[in-house]
Design a protein around this ligand. Structure first.
Ligand SMILES: *[C@@H]1O[C@H](CO)[C@@H](O)[C@H](O)[C@H]1NC(C)=O
Ligand SMILES: *[C@@H]1O[C@H](CO)[C@@H](O)[C@H](O)[C@H]1NC(C)=O
Ligand SMILES: *[C@@H]1O[C@H](CO)[C@@H](O)[C@H](O)[C@H]1NC(C)=O
Ligand SMILES: *[C@@H]1O[C@H](CO)[C@@H](O)[C@H](O)[C@H]1NC(C)=O
Ligand SMILES: *[C@@H]1O[C@H](CO)[C@@H](O)[C@H](O)[C@H]1NC(C)=O
Ligand SMILES: *[C@@H]1O[C@H](CO)[C@@H](O)[C@H](O)[C@H]1NC(C)=O
Ligand SMILES: CC(=O)N[C@H]1CO[C@H](CO)[C@@H](O)[C@@H]1O
Length: 802
């Protein structure tokens, strides 16, 4: 994200700011047994991380809260000590918009840390609890403030420390957050108001159970533009999670004994996968909004929600909704997709907000929808009910009928002696030394039981790194791997920065917590090319991000590349060219991606103007795999030709995906400065016939592909040459999703687009090259499918050509 979009909401902000006087507790609390030290490698490895482009040589990347006086003894108030561990070193807190040069990995050893005020997560911070003996953050009875962890505090005037849609680069993992010592009438675990490149993982929330006066909630999320969460357990509370965000992907959430497991306050699109809800009164409440002016239905604040591979036990009401087939407000609001959801433990699977049952519980719902559906050319129909379940390709499946999934490995059972530092192996990571040879040698030397560790730093790479077929690597709060120099200069002869295995090889490569980017223009760089195949989950990247421009060391910053909408850009400043392609899954590959943000910067993160910038990056994510590709919680923004493209691909899962079109387009149009290369499957835009709003980046283009499951897509266009008048007109660009050629067994669920006249443009079955203007192809128009902010449809499938 990055646009300063104000999405006005009508919602009841929970009264979280002040804890009421102590009252008798509704539960007995939880006891913990812990050891003081840990064998977790992350606690014990030698620390050599440095910031390449910061000025202070004494700056500490890694901090152990106990080094700042935190006791973790279950009685001492550790709030001040923990907050000083976080803020030490002139970091990016209140009054700072963003910074990439003051990262901090804050480690919490085993222990119970008493906190009386919020622990404030500064920008670019990871909180990592011990993964073996998980630490507890316990709110004192008199805790004051919004939440135990606050990722975006409110100022007294109601503004936030950080712009919610720009609140990037955060992690919280391996914690118990305990509110049971507080009165039931107050308390939240995490105030998580965040955007892309953020994650919550492996957290258990302990809250007071039951009670009409229960106001506790595990997560309080008012807004943002995220994001990813996984492996969370919510015990007790009024709401396990109170959620509101533009778009989000969540997986593996368990709710026990909550009044309402999930309160969905507002969204444009939200995908829930593998949710388990037990002993709650209500599973998901998405029936939000005021009575419409027509006075008939609720004017819904929830755009769409996808729930898949989930199960409810002893929870009488599954989903509370305010959708109406006759009188829906807005037209496509409250779109809901249920896919493989076990409601045997519910009396009512779906109920109307008035209390009327819409879908009875007591069985497994294979696939059920409410919203608009389109089959290729056919006009959309408003549907509420069962539809034929999608045919899910076996290659994508995991155990027990669910789509395959695998959480980020944390290697908690690997001894610290098995972690091999690239700096110990001679790489400098100082942003100036050429580290190509040192990193290649380090990779080649790794033994099967070892893990390559990228200490924080910036590693300049001047030729392709040939990643061996079996290697695990992880980074210290996102070290930068930067393509640099002549080798990556030729857009007609692109080279991979990380070339992962060789075509046709079976592999086992894992990467986590790293960033790939450029140091200076690299129009001939593919930042990662994945060639390896293999069993499900043996090849994957988790919390690996791709970031082109806008930060210290990228050389593509606001001092050189600030926006200039009044200039003619039919030729561009070549100093502001990014990469050729961000990620390529080649036709021999199979790979799992979780929480990856493929971001071409739209604004400056480090220089003080934080201005909008023009960075020209060729392509986003290209999938040509014939094996299987899973993409959980990915987003791709601001590449010029396309953000996502499936070309001759087979067996692809995407959920959800999010894109933005470059703000500068159509000055220049999509084919400047990257020339269309037909041999690489590029879109030609020849059907645009001179319509500049048509010559803009595709959010998603699918060509000659089969067995594709997409659960949730939020594809946005917010500008035309930085002008936003087109937002209200819903016409910043002509088209957003292109379906071309031979497409079979594709299900696009939960598509939301913004300000694209046509949501889907389909030339399926006409050879992928319909002559004439796009406007004569089969279209799904925005104006037929308005929702709260985007236009939304529940399902698009290709036309039946038989
Ligand atoms: C974010 O949410 C808060 C609380 O719900 C609301 O007051 C505020 O207006 C929202 N801000 C934006 C920018 O949407
Ligand atoms: C789900 O999360 C739990 C921890 O809450 C973890 O133990 C389990 O392995 C996760 N399962 C999957 C399939 O990711
Ligand atoms: C629904 O709410 C939106 C946003 O507040 C408002 O613009 C619109 O007029 C409302 N529609 C109805 C029918 O009440
Ligand atoms: C369903 O939503 C409506 C409207 O917000 C609310 O009045 C009702 O209490 C909800 N039902 C349940 C069971 O939560
Ligand atoms: C796979 O891609 C390579 C080039 O990257 C090409 O030579 C080969 O023909 C392709 N194979 C298939 C089956 O498409
Ligand atoms: C599409 O068809 C037209 C007319 O036959 C032809 O000129 C053009 O080259 C074709 N484009 C592609 C990409 O095949
Ligand atoms: C075809 C269709 O459903 N059109 C509706 C689209 O939404 C507008 C308003 O949002 C309605 O007026 C149309 O009837």
């Amino acid at each position: 994200m990055g646009s300063r979009f104000i999405f006005t909401l009508v919602l009841a902000l929970q009264t979280l700011l002040t804890a009421a006087a102590p009252t008798p507790q509704g539960s007995t609390g939880v006891t913990y047994q812990q050891t003081a030290s840990s064998s977790y490698w992350l606690a014990n490895i030698k620390r050599q991380g440095t910031v390449a482009f910061g000025s202070d040589a004494s700056y500490k990347v890694f901090r152990n809260v106990k080094d700042y006086g935190a006791k973790g003894d279950g009685s001492t108030d550790d709030t001040t000590a923990i907050n000083s561990a976080i803020s030490d070193g002139n970091r990016c807190g209140k009054g700072c918009d963003s910074s990439t040069v003051t990262p901090a990995l804050v480690y919490f050893p085993p222990g119970t840390y008493m906190v009386s005020k919020p622990i404030i997560q500064y920008y670019y911070t990871q909180f990592v609890g011990d993964a073996i003996d998980i630490p507890v953050l316990k709110a004192t009875a008199s805790f004051q403030g919004m939440a135990v962890i606050d990722a975006d505090p409110y100022n007294d005037d109601g503004s936030n420390w950080f712009t919610n849609q720009n609140n990037f680069f955060r992690q919280v993992r391996n914690f118990v957050i305990d509110l049971t010592g507080m009165p039931a009438t107050a308390g939240a675990g995490i105030h998580w108001q965040v955007a892309q490149a953020t994650s919550l993982q492996n957290i258990r929330f302990e809250m007071v159970k039951g009670g009409d006066n229960n106001k506790q909630q595990g997560i309080f999320m008012d807004n943002g533009s995220g994001g990813w969460m996984t492996d969370l357990t919510f015990n007790g509370g009024n709401y396990g999670a109170f959620l509101g965000n533009q778009q989000f992907t969540t997986r593996n959430l368990t709710f026990n004994d909550c009044n309402t497991a999930i309160f969905m306050n507002w969204n444009w699109a939200w995908t829930f996968k593998s949710v388990s809800i037990n002993n709650c009164k209500v599973g998901i409440d998405m029936a939000t909004g005021a009575l419409s002016t027509a006075g008939k239905s609720l004017n819904q604040t929830v755009g769409s929600l996808m729930l898949l591979d989930s199960k409810l036990t002893n929870t009488p009401i599954g989903v509370n909704t305010s959708f109406s087939t006759s009188d829906n407000t807005p037209t496509s609001g409250g779109t809901l997709i249920l896919d493989n959801v076990d409601f045997t433990g519910s009396t009512t699977a779906v109920q109307d907000y008035t209390g009327t049952s819409v879908l009875a519980g007591g069985s497994i719902v294979k696939s059920w929808y409410q919203g608009k559906t389109y089959s290729g050319a056919t006009a959309g129909t408003s549907v509420r009910g069962n539809l034929t379940p999608p045919n899910k390709p076996q290659a994508l499946m995991g155990s027990s009928g669910a789509i395959f999934e695998r959480s980020k490995p944390q290697y908690e059972n690997v001894p610290s002696s098995s972690f091999i530092s690239v700096k110990s192996k001679g790489a400098k990571g100082d942003g100036t030394t050429d580290d190509t040879a040192a990193i290649q040698a380090a990779m080649n030397s790794i033994q099967p039981d070892q893990i390559l560790y990228f200490d924080h730093g910036a590693y300049l790479i001047t030729r392709s790194i040939m990643v061996p077929s079996k290697i695990k690597m992880t980074g210290e709060i996102w070290p930068l791997i930067l393509a640099s120099g002549e080798y990556f200069a030729d857009q007609t002869n692109p080279k991979a920065l990380f070339d992962v295995g060789e075509e046709g090889q079976e592999g086992a490569v894992e990467m986590s917590d790293m960033i790939f980017g450029v140091a200076g223009p690299a129009p001939g760089a593919t930042l990662m090319r994945w060639n390896l195949g293999g069993e499900a989950g043996t090849n994957g990247i988790w919390d690996v991000h791709f970031r082109v421009g806008g930060y210290a060391g990228s050389q593509l910053q606001s001092d050189t590349c600030s926006k200039s909408p009044k200039s003619d850009h039919s030729t561009v400043n070549t100093k502001c060219e990014g990469a050729f392609l961000l990620f390529h899954a080649t036709n021999t590959s199979s790979v799992y991606l979780e929480n990856s943000w493929f971001w071409v910067a739209d604004h400056e993160l480090d220089l003080s103007d934080h201005n909008q910038i023009d960075i020209y990056n060729g392509r986003g994510v290209l999938i040509e795999s014939q094996g299987a590709v899973w993409m959980y919680g990915t987003s791709a923004e601001h590449s010029v030709l396309y953000n996502y493209q499936l070309n001759g691909a087979k067996n692809v899962f995407m959920g959800l995906i999010q894109t933005e079109t470059p703000y500068f387009q159509s000055n220049p149009i999509a084919t400047t400065p990257f020339k269309v290369q037909a041999a690489r499957g590029d879109p030609t835009f020849e059907n645009c016939q001179g319509d500049k709003t048509c010559e803009k980046a595709w959010g998603l283009r699918v060509v000659d592909s089969s067995d594709v499951l997409i659960y949730g897509a939020g594809l946005y266009s917010f500008f035309d040459n930085y002008d936003q008048t087109c937002v209200a007109g819903q016409n910043c660009q002509a088209n957003m999703v292109s379906m071309e050629g031979s497409i079979s067994n594709l299900n696009l669920f939960g598509l939301s687009t913004k300000a694209s006249v046509n949501m889907v443009t389909s030339a399926v079955g006409v050879g992928g090259n319909a002559t004439g203007k796009y406007s004569s192809l089969n279209l799904v128009p925005d104006e037929d499918n308005r929702s709260n902010f985007c236009a939304t449809i529940a399902l698009w499938t290709p036309p039946d050509l038989s």
